[in-house]
Write a protein that binds this ligand. Structure first.
Ligand code: HSE
Length: 431
């Protein structure tokens, strides 16, 4: 397959202390372009030359010095020193990454879908070929913490991980709550800034966060949990009034992802949750993401920073490349995995519930009695009323199993047509 544009020789003088390395890019979207731009002026002694970039569209224009190809085999001869995969999605990313690893070429990827779905296969290929596969930018793209944990068995000896893992949904909820924008307007801005996925449904419905949680469970819990079995709720269920009411209750609603294996089996959840203001994730706004690691009897460890964006992602990707080229020529791999683990939903929590009651709704005491007959006890209630929400009430419950809450809300729906939206309340386990 032809190379669509010719490489241009680097003009900068190479000092004796400067190393030069050739890297191939798989993908040349926003992140790929940011990688190429940063690679041209690294603040280190390794000067990276982009040997070529795989693109789908042969009509694409590229900057000088970045040859574009439409057939990945054009990138293998001569073999680059490293491959950077920023195509996103599963195929052709999986096939191309396997092709590089089988040829003994180390790979850096920012692709959480790829690692979440095909991590077993790719890490096995990495080990088999004695060549590195790094994926630091796949989770909380701007914060290099996965490599630290991968190298440190005591630091990664945790039994619970809770995070805000999707920059776009946190950005959108922050804009809805602070600027009173609607979700489509806030999402357009997230797209403009390069935060959102090509298919932004994956940001809003929890798919992206579930994939990242799966990557974290693999690394920290040493278990393989397929992203599709992680229970998830999208932020589309929320109304602006929910965010206001959460504030009245002394908390915030955040798009969280949480997993716990302290009792053996993994429990997990992805979706909006009510957080008390004391929770370490409660103050994170905009595209900021964080991962909070805990184990019983120990203080939280929190890694926090930008979760999305072409330039922060490119910086982390290039750090992976420079580290693996510099440390040992890319001969190391991350650890393997235990057998596949089963997974269930969290067993019990308190809940933030919005009740949209129909006309002729029962009074507050009757609602409380009905919920109580299912073991759902109300801790706080509010019905601010007003012209926009004359029949809306919010309640905070005491801890109860999700199945009991569902049964109670179904009974309420049958009795008066009430619609409900319920979010788990995550307590600060350090408090
Ligand atoms: N769409 C993703 C996010 C990009 O918003 O978090 C970074 O993985």
């Amino acid at each position: 397959m032809p190379v669509l544009t010719e490489p241009v020789a680097l003009e900068e003088p190479v000092t004796p202390a400067t190393r030069r390395a050739r890297v191939a890019l798989l993908g040349f979207g926003q992140v790929g372009a940011a990688v190429a731009a940063r690679a041209a002026a690294p603040p280190v002694n390794t000067r990276l030359q982009i040997a070529g970039a795989l693109v789908r569209d042969p009509a694409r224009r590229s900057p000088p010095g970045v040859p574009l190809v439409t057939d990945v085999s054009a990138l293998w001869d001569p073999a680059p020193d490293a491959v950077i995969e920023v195509l996103g999605g599963l195929e052709p990313a999986r096939t191309c990454v396997l092709g590089a690893l089988e040829r003994g070429i180390p790979v850096v990827t920012a692709n959480k879908s790829l690692i979440a779905h095909h991590g077993d296969e790719l890490l096995a290929a990495s080990r088999r070929n004695g060549v590195a596969l790094r994926y630091e930018a796949s989770v909380v793209a701007g914060v290099p913490f996965l490599g630290t944990l991968a190298r440190r068995p005591l630091a990664r000896d945790v039994s619970q991980v809770t995070g805000i893992l999707n920059g776009t949904s946190n950005f959108v909820l922050t804009r809805v709550s602070r600027n009173h924008e609607d979700i489509p307007t806030a999402l357009d801005e997230a797209r403009r800034l390069g935060f959102a996925e090509a298919d932004a449904t994956k940001d809003l419905d929890g798919t992206d966060a579930a994939e990242k949680l799966s990557v974290l469970i693999r690394l920290l819990g040493h278990r393989f949990v397929h992203p599709s079995v992680i229970a998830r709720t999208g932020i589309g269920c929320l109304q602006p009034a929910d965010l206001q009411q959460a504030s009245e209750f002394g908390g915030v609603i955040k798009p969280v992802a949480t997993a716990d294996w302290s009792a053996g089996p993994v429990t997990s959840f992805v979706g909006p949750a009510f957080l008390p203001l004391t929770h370490p994730l409660a103050s994170l706004e905009g595209v900021t993401n964080a991962v909070c690691l805990s184990r019983p009897g120990h203080a939280h460890v929190v890694f926090s920073g930008p979760g999305a964006g072409p330039h922060v992602t490119a910086a982390t990707v290039l750090d992976d490349v420079l580290e693996l080229l510099g440390e040992d020529g890319g001969r190391t791999g991350w650890s393997g995995l235990a057998p596949r683990a089963s997974i269930g939903a969290p067993s019990e929590s308190a809940w933030f519930v919005r009740l949209d009651l129909g006309a002729g709704a029962p009074d507050q005491r009757d609602v409380a009695d009905l919920l109580g007959s299912f073991g759902v006890w109300i801790a706080r209630t509010a019905s601010p009323g007003g012209i926009h929400h004359p029949l809306t009430r919010w309640i905070l419950t005491h801890p109860v199993a999700p199945a009991r809450l569902s049964a109670a809300l179904e009974a309420l729906a049958l009795s008066c047509g009430c619609r409900a939206c319920s979010l788990p309340i995550l307590e600060d386990s350090n408090a």
